[in-house]
Write a protein that binds this ligand. Structure first.
Ligand code: FES
Length: 157
């Protein structure tokens, strides 16, 4: 049985490398991220090394290489937030969720990513959850925040 990745690649008309980003984008929309399988199959189709495909894709922030959780958490790692002690914030997320940057919890509920300045330095420490911003977040807020998200998710189901 063909995978969705195969279907996306097979419908291409040519191996013109100018189509590479469009193909990667389409795969990410369908799969949610670019898996190793996606990178390898794309590299075979475009006759480029996998490392080259990965290098091109990783240049763009919007390409993801791990599955994202139902709640994707971004923690700002910019200078203002760093001065506001986001390292402790990151540690708290890692301690509770038992994941690190670029990882997703086993239940698929949470993923976490550390990102450069999110453009809201005046309200540091800044995080976002599914692109909704939260300001002045402290490590002591993390446990309740995650619990509320789990409860929200229960109500959705
Ligand atoms: S440094 Fe965090 S929003 Fe700018």
């Amino acid at each position: 049985m063909k995978s969705k990745i195969d279907e996306i690649i097979e419908k291409q008309n040519n191996t013109d490398r100018s189509d590479l980003l469009d193909v990667l984008q389409e795969i990410q929309v369908i799969e949610g991220y670019l898996s190793e399988e996606a990178i390898i199959k794309t590299s075979q189709y475009f006759k480029l090394a996998s490392a080259k495909i990965y290098g091109i894709a990783s240049f763009y922030d919007h390409f993801k290489f791990v599955p994202q959780g139902r709640f994707h958490i971004k923690v700002c790692n910019g200078t203002a937030c760093h001065l506001a002690n986001t390292s402790n914030l990151r540690k708290e997320f890692e301690k509770i969720l038992k994941i690190q940057h670029g990882q997703c919890t086993r239940d698929g509920m949470f993923s976490i990513e550390y990102v450069p300045c999110m453009g809201a330095c005046g309200i540091s420490s800044v995080i976002s959850i599914n692109e909704e911003y939260y300001s002045s977040v402290k490590p002591s807020d993390v446990k309740d925040m995650l619990e509320n998200l789990r409860n929200t998710d229960d109500r959705i189901d």
